[in-house]
Design a protein around this ligand. Structure first.
Ligand code: DGI
Ligand code: FE
Ligand code: FE
Ligand code: FE
Length: 187
């Protein structure tokens, strides 16, 4: 499967507005990869595929989590988290993506994790700050990302956790571990 065929495949999985988001994540990830020295081909591929399973039915995602041995604790947290690990599994199985760095960047693009790789950070921050995003505090993340990817990542995690807490929602432990890890790293 070449890049154009992959693009057609991804477009079929997504709504028009989600495909436009994906294109902006690809552009932003490429800029960040260039700025901070990540592998541009991998950033492009991970960004293209990062939301592959975003619109899969909840029951189908649940089945993938159970049958493929993905972390079962996901099932007791927000279903918005599921498309990331399910997406990594599905692009490996169905699109034949074998690069574990790319698969990890997809797998952890929503939750984050401790010890995020440069590629993980590029995809996570690109997804958070692509020019279509209107989150409170996103402009500060864009400013930080001009010079310091780690500070931009920490601020994205802080903003997301604050958002969830303000809404009275649970926070997936991996997101808290990711944030705590980044606090130590930047100080
Ligand atoms: O798929 P996208 O909309 O492009 O963005 P995403 O994959 O980063 O995340 C989707 C949403 O998941 C995000 O707006 C907040 C929500 N969410 C729910 N519980 C958690 C969570 N995000 C994180 N990081 N941690 C959670 O526990
Ligand atoms: Fe996503
Ligand atoms: Fe995200
Ligand atoms: Fe996304």
């Amino acid at each position: 499967m070449n890049r154009d065929e992959r693009i057609q495949d991804v477009k079929q999985q997504l709504t028009r507005s989600r495909w436009e988001h994906t294109q902006r994540v690809m552009e932003t990830a490429l800029e960040l990869a260039e700025r901070f020295g990540a592998n541009k081909e991998k950033a492009d591929l991970a960004a293209l595929l990062h939301d592959y399973c975003k619109f899969w039915p909840e029951a189908k995602m649940r089945e993938i989590i159970v049958t493929r041995g993905l972390p079962k604790d996901l099932l007791s947290y927000n279903r918005e988290l599921w498309h990331a690990p399910v997406g990594a599994e599905i692009v490996r199985e169905e699109l034949g993506i074998q690069d574990n760095e790319v698969l990890d960047a997809i797998r952890y693009h929503t939750s984050g994790r401790p010890h995020m790789t440069l590629l993980d950070k590029v995809v996570f921050v690109a997804d958070y700050m692509e020019p279509g995003r209107r989150f409170p505090g996103v402009e500060e993340v864009r400013e930080l990302a001009r010079e310091d990817l780690d500070q931009a990542l920490l601020k994205s995690l802080d903003n997301t956790i604050q958002f969830l807490v303000c809404k009275g929602m649970k926070v997936y432990p991996l997101t808290l571990f990711a944030r705590n890890f980044m606090v130590d790293l930047v100080h």
